[in-house]
Design a protein around this ligand. Structure first.
Ligand code: ADP
Ligand code: MG
Length: 870
């Protein structure tokens, strides 16, 4: 190709850009960062800034756009939030000193997973970078993740069965901003096929980055150990490789110390209550099913924390509730104590309000990006610590005592910054005026010299005016010529002989004198020394903060926990939540339970939530079948059960009058396809895949919510499946289950299976109105309810009458049709997740005409079905 000769500057640009093909290169030119070629086109579009061209005159215009360097942070943040990567290329020598072309280097690469600037990350959420890889046979995966802005670093391994599926779930819970993976691995297509919204950027990296040897070496270096055993990573090859890839990528992009990543924790999913992805969605824990309004999520409902540290921990606990009895009780004890000690609670919450995001500030110090104002904010954020510690000291529970011990007032750091950093410190570390007078003797004497010199020069103007009798004579300063005396043209004749000419303008001449030169040198030298000394002192300060990483992190963790526990106590006090009792018994007893989110939203509208009881055990009330009209409150009742369990295991009090709970290991929530429009994946196959997952993985200690499952297909198919699922849960899984359904027929199971109970949501007719009482009561609902509702709504009697006729005929013909169409060789492909035995049962069910069966015949049929299962 015949490339026209590039200017040296563009050659320099090209050679740097070549090393960062996947990032937008911010190329520093004077007071601007410029982007060229495709980068410019992209940035101009995304930032809505003007696209221009460079070198038009040479015939090959280069697309270009730019942003002022002092405003770059917000532009970069916008690009990062949109998922782009940005490489910052700075001038690394002083342009004044450069002989020819100024040397430029990439000093940092910012990516969605490694951003730390406040503008690019959410204060109340973690900003995770994750890395994952699969074993050669794809039967196990390693996952590691880090939050560069807080220093959190964790790794895990997930083994068969369904390793990839569970990885996808873990990623979903984690919601990282960026995921590193080997070139060829493609974990996420699967998730996307399932319709899950993954909001991260994928960054493929070279396969060697994921090698075990390399990862081991990086980890040993980072943590200063000789072997991985002490880190809990011995024999964890996949986790090690994934963690290594994280370190590699951070080193590569940050070009600075990563000292605040001072430990790595190996964890296992079953250490916490497992919420699979679909349940996190369906229960609206952190994201709403519809739209963007987060106020309808459990997180928003429970989050009245006072610090970003607390908010992040709360989200963490919410997505990973505890399963260890002692841990749950310890949290509940602390909440109970804080609930009782009103004064301490209010004082603590008050003090927390002023605490700065210690974790993120610490990271900025280690990464050397903290500004003087960041340090001041940090200092201010430390001030409430003694108060916090004082009030914690008034409490006596073991958890409160422990937090009291962990909390360090960090007085030394606070005093250091107080003494060193000026209250009006500039926004950036390169500007003068950071360090307070009295902190450093040499700096003080340089400043004295500087101001004496300036005073002298300032007084020079008056003296020279008198001496020369030129009233318009001026003494001024500019960056290029330094100090000068300016005399306008008409007065030149009066210039004394000791004036030396410096510069000629149109209307004036500029001069200097030996005396002025002397003072000028003194001032400028002092200025230069001051500037480099201030910079050096500031960098030292920042390092002294970074050096206390361990203490700061420990304190930050304690602050976060105090915040969350006080938050729980605050909720308990203001919303009448009670402490749940946990025991090994299998009974769930909730008296007058409420749905925390619906209750709050209704209260805001001035409405009252109707409380309902819940009783489950493993002998007579294992499975509850809940029927009733649309809008009756079935879905709400189901979710309320899950949320109460989940809140309890977080260590939070629960919305009920009394709650007695076992500890659950998993919660599953499935919503039938047609009720589940929000996810835009309403296929019956997906619904059935989800049900298959439950039947395959639930344990007797799991809680299962099935909401209108089976609805995604023709009526009878759906019923048959729902029926078989209930039986399977009853016989095999033995997990406590709530099943809301419009299949009235299912209530027959409530009469025939010993551990199945029927419930229904009640309604009342009042004249022409129908009132939803929202009360859950024993027994099944009236079957023909839809038509009754239609009648109450005022449909003409003839229409109602006709509707009843059609209903009867329809039910008959539908059965007739399905009987005719059912092939003898049934549906092996259609329903791949059922065993042949189940198929037989389904066929038998399909062929049964429930309208014609007497109760006795139905019982016989059931007995037969059961026999087939056994
Ligand atoms: N116990 C209750 N108290 C007050 N309002 C409720 C209650 N349960 C449900 N609701 C309200 O009724 C509406 C319908 O409830 P939902 O559970 O979706 O009914 P279903 O699943 O039976 O169709 C919900 O939007 C909720 O606001
Ligand atoms: Mg519903």
């Amino acid at each position: 190709m015949n490339q026209p000769a590039l200017t040296p500057l563009m050659r320099q640009y090209q050679s740097i850009k070549k090393q960062y093909p996947h990032a937008l290169l911010f190329f520093r030119l004077g007071d601007f960062y410029e982007l060229f070629y495709d980068d410019a086109v992209t940035a101009a579009r995304e930032l809505q800034i003007t696209l221009t061209a460079r070198h038009r005159e040479r015939g090959t215009p280069v697309p270009m756009c730019g942003v002022p360097y002092h405003a770059a942070e917000s532009y970069i943040a916008r690009l990062i939030r949109k998922g782009y990567k940005v490489a910052i290329c700075d001038q690394v020598e002083d342009p004044k000193l450069a002989k020819k072309l100024v040397r430029r280097e990439v000093v940092r690469v910012i990516t969605p997973g490694t951003a730390i600037d406040a503008a690019a990350v959410e204060a109340r959420e973690n900003n995770y970078l994750a890395a994952c890889l699969a074993s050669p046979r794809q039967d196990a995966v390693g996952l590691a993740y880090a939050d560069l802005s807080t220093g959190e670093f964790r790794a895990t391994e997930i083994a068969a069965p369904n390793a990839l599926e569970r990885l996808a779930e873990e990623l979903q819970t984690l919601a990282p901003r960026e995921v590193l993976r080997p070139q060829a691995a493609d974990f996420t297509t699967r998730c996307r096929q399932n319709g899950w919204q993954l909001s991260f950027v994928e960054t493929p990296v070279d396969d060697w980055v994921f090698s075990l040897d390399y990862g081991t070496r990086l980890l040993c270096e980072q943590f200063g150990v000789v072997a991985l055993d002490g880190l809990g990573l011995a024999d964890k090859q996949l986790a090690t490789a994934a963690a290594g890839a994280i370190l590699h990528y951070l080193r590569d992009t940050q070009r600075s110390s990563l000292a605040h990543l001072d430990r790595i924790a190996f964890y296992q999913r079953q250490d916490t209550l497992v919420l699979d992805t679909v349940s996190v969605y369906n229960l609206e824990l952190v994201e709403p099913l519809f739209g963007n309004d987060r106020s309808g999520t459990l997180l928003a409902t429970l989050d009245e924390t006072r610090t970003a540290l607390g908010a992040r921990l709360l989200k963490n606990w919410l997505l990973r509730p505890a399963v260890e009895h002692a841990e749950i009780e310890a949290r509940l004890d602390a909440v109970e104590e804080l609930l009782r000690e009103t004064v301490a609670r209010e004082e603590l919450r008050q003090a927390l309000t002023h605490i700065y995001d210690l974790e993120r500030l610490l990271s900025k110090c280690t990464l050397e990006t903290a500004t003087p104002r960041d340090l001041l904010a940090f200092r201010t954020g430390l001030r409430p610590l003694p108060t916090l510690r004082h009030w914690l000291g008034q409490l006596y529970g073991p958890r409160s005592r422990h937090l009291h011990e962990q909390l360090d007032e960090l007085a030394d750091l606070r005093d250091l910054i107080d003494q060193a950093v000026s209250e009006n410190a500039p926004a950036s570390a390169g500007e003068p005026g950071i360090i307070k007078p009295g902190y450093h003797a040499e700096l003080d004497s340089l400043r004295t010299a500087q101001s004496e010199g300036r005073h002298y020069i300032a007084s020079l103007e008056a003296r020279e005016r008198t001496r020369t009798e030129i009233a318009s004579l001026k003494v001024r300063f500019n960056n290029i010529f330094g100090y000068y005396i300016e005399v306008s043209k008409p007065n030149l004749s009066r210039v004394p002989p000791d004036y030396e000419r410096k510069q000629t303008l149109v209307n004036a001449e500029r001069f200097t004198t030996p005396e002025l030169k002397g003072y000028e040198r003194k001032v400028l030298e002092a200025e230069e020394k001051i500037s480099s000394l201030e910079r050096q002192l500031f960098v030292e300060l920042r390092r002294s903060v970074a050096a206390q990483a361990t203490r700061i992190r420990k304190t930050a963790a304690a602050v976060a926990q105090v915040d969350v526990l006080a938050n729980f106590a605050h909720l308990a006090a203001h919303r009448h939540y009670v402490r749940p009792r946990f025991s090994d018994a299998s009974e769930v007893v909730v008296a007058a339970g409420r749905h925390p989110v619906v209750e709050k939203l209704e209260a805001e509208r001035g409405e009252r939530f109707v409380p309902n009881d819940l009783y489950l055990n493993d002998s007579t009330n294992l499975i509850l079948i809940i029927t009733g009209p649309n809008m009756g409150g079935k879905s709400t009742y189901l979710r309320q059960a899950a949320l109460i369990v989940l809140m309890g295991q977080m260590g939070c009090f629960v919305p009920a009058e009394r709650a007695q709970l076992p500890i659950f290991d998993r919660i599953y929530t499935r919503i039938g396809a047609s009720d589940n429009l929000a996810r835009g994946r309403s296929t019956f196959l997906v619904e059935m895949t989800e049900v298959a997952t439950i039947l395959n993985t639930a344990t007797p200690r799991s809680l299962i919510l099935l909401d209108e499952v089976g609805r995604g297909t023709a009526t009878f198919d759906g019923l048959a499946i729902a029926w078989a699922v209930v039986e399977y849960l009853h016989t095999h899984t033995r997990a406590r289950t709530l099943f809301a359904t419009h299949y009235h027929e299912l209530t027959e199971l409530g009469e025939s299976l010993p551990a199945v109970k029927n419930l229904h949501v009640s309604v009342k007719e009042s004249g022409t109105e129908i009132i939803f009482l929202r009360r859950v009561e024993p027994g099944s609902a009236d079957k023909s309810y839809g038509i009754d509702v239609a009648r109450l709504a005022g449909l003409p009697p003839s229409v109602i009458h006709r509707a009843r006729e059609i209903l009867v005929r329809h039910e008959r013909t539908e059965h007739a049709v399905s009987e005719q169409l059912t092939p003898v060789e049934v549906t092996a492909e259609q329903l791949p997740m059922f065993t042949p035995l189940d198929q037989k049962i389904i066929r038998a069910l399909r062929e049964a005409d429930l309208n014609k069966l007497t109760p006795l015949e139905a019982l016989n049929l059931l007995a037969e079905l059961k026999k087939k299962l056994e």
